[in-house]
Design a binder for this molecule. Sequence first.
Ligand code: NAD
Length: 260
Amino acid sequence: MKLSGKAALITGAASGIGLGIAHRFASEGASVVIADIDARAASRAASEIEQAGGHAIGLRMDVTDEAEVEHGIGRAIAHCARLDILVSNAGIQIVSPLDTFAFADWKRLLAIHLDGAFLTTRAVLRHMKADGRGGTIIYMGSVHSHEASALKSAYVTAKHGLLGLARTLAKEGAEHHVRSHVICPGFVRTPLVERQIPEQARTLGITEDEVVRDVMLGGTVDASFTTVEDIAQTALFLAAFPSAALTGQSIVASHGWFMQ
Ligand code: NAD
């Protein structure tokens, strides 16, 4: 068990990639805190992990709300008596041409991805410094941390921004044994992506099959979606890595869509 005795908080873990990471971490012995704006889904996910023999709690956390983040991370530490790993994963997608992008949508997307990453990092870092054991903070970036796509201006901006936060944390956290990483997945067939298929077909004037084949998988080497398990394994590798050799780095997992 690679995470035996550790505790991990994962934001946006009631669905998709975060949920997959929660299951993988729990099966490797970690106590898992599922923090999500959807409190009911978070509790359901935690119960599933408990039924499978793992340790998990679910709690409501809107990552854009400073008080909820502080309160939720406090509860998590009180429950687990420690916190070793943060996966800042909560995210949304809004697809629109730049010249008609609503300002409210721009601000909402940046708040979830960037304010959320900042607020959770700040709260967890304070704990990791005081605790003296340090820990690992993983951000869910994207191929869009390195590459742009049309219609995704806010998302591409936010995902590029996470690289800056992770690199700064690598420098500030080092003396406290706190490491940072960014995982950059290609397209993973989660609810976030399922919603984009009809939206992109409408905006680009092509069929849904063409969106999948040409837009989403056209750049991969094997016409394959990245899987939730691909990303969960990458997160496990980083969370269990024995030294700070990889701190500040982003790891792209995209079936060859983007190669660094
Ligand atoms: P998803 O829609 O399946 O899950 C996202 C989760 O985030 C949901 O449970 C949702 O309730 C939660 N959430 C939304 N707003 C929140 C908030 N304010 N506070 C707390 N939780 C909130 O999406 P996913 O595909 O699993 O995406 C997870 C992360 O992975 C996102 O950051 C996304 O940008 C990133 N990502 C996804 C893909 C992909 O192809 N699916 C690719 C690259 C990166």
